[in-house]
Design a binder for this molecule. Structure first.
Ligand code: BGC
Length: 260
């Protein structure tokens, strides 16, 4: 079976780098038209575009996912230029400053929530307004193993990812009978700029590996290709209201490999 997204119009937020970029490229390689979104990294968006190449129909939009009116403008633009949307990938996110709840700065905590959780909600809401009436569409949110695994110093990040997961599960109860699928893809430690400080430091990388039963970090293409499968009708048609983990086994409590 060859996964084929020909004729599907996809919008990937946060696709100027990292996992979002890989997803945008993988969707295009599978035949989809792709809207690339960036916040400040215009050059990164240009790289995504260049990698996708001129055979694919593309659009590039820039701005802040945590501004609901800007998000609405992007969807309106897609409507007017492409006549609608079939796949929405809610990917844009940040991990924020590492700080304990006790010592946290309110603006920092709110910043993570407003981009990851509220920003995700704004995009999902706009996608639904288009997909529910035509009774067709897929909304894939890129969460994290930290929708499930608690992380000291990253409470806002964990709360935002768990929030998107519960939003998605609740939403599945609202739209599953209308042929709109909603699901999450939860990557583990994927080698990107977000965790560069860890994988460039031997001691921190060893510690990270000890948390991954497969004993290695993931590559962005492993997430991009999985995203294609999940949004495709061929492989993903019966998947909704759930999270698929792609984490080398990170959520399996690896410290229990011995003892207990
Ligand atoms: C974070 C990475 C981290 C990984 C595993 C991801 O959600 O963005 O920084 O390496 O989770 O902890």
């Amino acid at each position: 079976m060859k996964l084929d997204l020909t004729g599907k119009r996809a919008f990937v937020t946060g696709s100027s780098g990292g996992i979002g970029q890989a997803i945008a490229i993988a969707l295009a390689n599978a035949g989809a038209d792709v809207v690339i979104q960036y916040y400040s990294d215009k050059e990164g968006a240009g790289k995504t575009l260049a990698e996708i190449g001129p055979e694919t129909r593309t659009m590039v939009v820039g701005g802040d996912v945590s501004d609901p009116s800007i998000v609405e403008q992007w969807f309106d633009q897609i409507d007017s230029e492409w006549g609608g949307l079939d796949i929405f990938v809610n990917n844009a996110g940040i991990d924020g400053e590492r700080q304990t709840v006790t010592d946290s700065v309110i603006e920092d905590w709110e910043g993570v929530i407003s981009i990851n959780l509220l920003g995700g909600y704004y995009g999902i809401r706009q996608a639904l307004k288009r997909m529910v009436p035509k009774k067709s569409g897929v909304i894939l949110s890129v969460t994290s193993v930290h929708e499930k695994i608690p992380w000291a110093g990253q409470s806002a990040y964990c709360a935002s990812k768990a929030g998107i997961s519960m939003l998605t599960q609740s939403l599945a109860l609202e739209v599953s009978d209308q042929n709109v699928r909603v699901l999450c893809l939860a990557p583990g430690a994927i080698k990107t700029d977000i965790n560069k400080d860890v994988w460039t430091d031997e001691e921190q990388l060893d510690d990270l590996h000890s948390k991954i039963p497969m004993n290695r970090m993931g590559e962005v293409d492993e997430i991009g290709n999985l995203a294609v499968a999940l949004v495709s009708d061929q492989a993903g048609s019966y998947v909704t209201g759930t999270t698929i983990f792609a984490d080398g086994g990170m959520v399996t409590y690896p410290s229990f490999a011995s003892g207990g």
